[in-house]
Design a protein around this ligand. Sequence first.
Ligand SMILES: Cc1cc2nc3c(=O)[nH]c(=O)nc-3n(C[C@H](O)[C@H](O)[C@H](O)COP(=O)(O)OP(=O)(O)OC[C@H]3O[C@@H](n4cnc5c(N)ncnc54)[C@H](O)[C@@H]3O)c2cc1C
Length: 307
Amino acid sequence: MKCHVIDALEIIGGQCSALYPEKPIYDIPAHPKILASELIEMLEAQAAPFHPVYHLNQRVEKFVKNADGSFLVTTSKGTQIECRAMIIAAGCGAFGPNRPPLSGLEEFEGKSIFYAVRNKAEFAGKNVVIAGGGDSAVDWALSLSEICKKVYVIHRRDKFRCAPESADQMKKLADAGKIELVIPYQLDGLEGSNGKLSSVIVKDFDGNSKKLEADYLLPFFGLAMELGPIANWGLNLDKHHIEVDVATMKTSEEGIYAIGDIAHYKNKLKLILSGFAEAATACHSAYKIVFPNQAYNFEYSTSKGVL
Ligand SMILES: Cc1cc2nc3c(=O)[nH]c(=O)nc-3n(C[C@H](O)[C@H](O)[C@H](O)COP(=O)(O)OP(=O)(O)OC[C@H]3O[C@@H](n4cnc5c(N)ncnc54)[C@H](O)[C@@H]3O)c2cc1C
């Protein structure tokens, strides 16, 4: 089968590339520890012999089903692809970060304010303010405390919603003066010019303000999930997810499959590992639709080779 891959992001790799490229993943089979960005590089290399065609920086907006059962898919850039089967691996949909409601925010975004860390080295020797109380905020506070001049963690509660071991480790680093916990406070303002931040203003619930000297602000307030156009495709939806038959990964529409985080069935685990297995199941099911008149012979890669 030939394959076209369309993604709204300008890079491949979904959440791994966009949200946590420099975080190690510990539960990919045969990789005791692998950076998310490395996993994506290796997946790209593994897919390369099959010549997938990537159409990046464009969102799938709509599709029509032709009389012969094939589909015509149209993207936001006007790219049109005709195919016999579609596999939707849209994660949480077109996702974006929850942005703090601060005036002048846009001026600093992408320059001094980031919602994901793409290059940890950029923060070496700098003053970094991290806002949020979940795993991303705490994990990055631990990681960046190794290289930054100063790391502040702003959170509006004194309890963190993260792995308890990480919270304990952060407390130890705070006691040792490597991290400054600013709690219970929330973001209140930004100072700086031409996209370069000089300080972040925070306020407690009694209205007392503090000014923190800052080169960078990293707000980790989670993701805004927006299914986008997929919600209007007439598929069987359960909130932000597409209901599938786990035996085939088929949606309610013949020829359309869903895999990964967006696919829902009983006892679904939202893990990369599950996504891999679901992709294999979907491809095996799709083969019969793409080549209806060809018998399908299951073969191991060890027997068949790559091409
Ligand atoms: C901080 C963090 C840590 C994690 N750690 C682990 C871990 O240790 N182990 C693990 O197994 N899992 C982990 N996960 C979960 C894992 O990243 C997800 O399960 C996985 O990324 C799901 O892959 P996916 O391909 O289904 O969706 P995604 O990775 O979300 O990719 C979906 C892609 O679809 C695109 N898209 C959406 N709608 C459209 C459209 N209409 N047109 C074009 N493109 C569209 C999006 O732009 C996105 O690039 C972690 C997640 C996070 C956030």
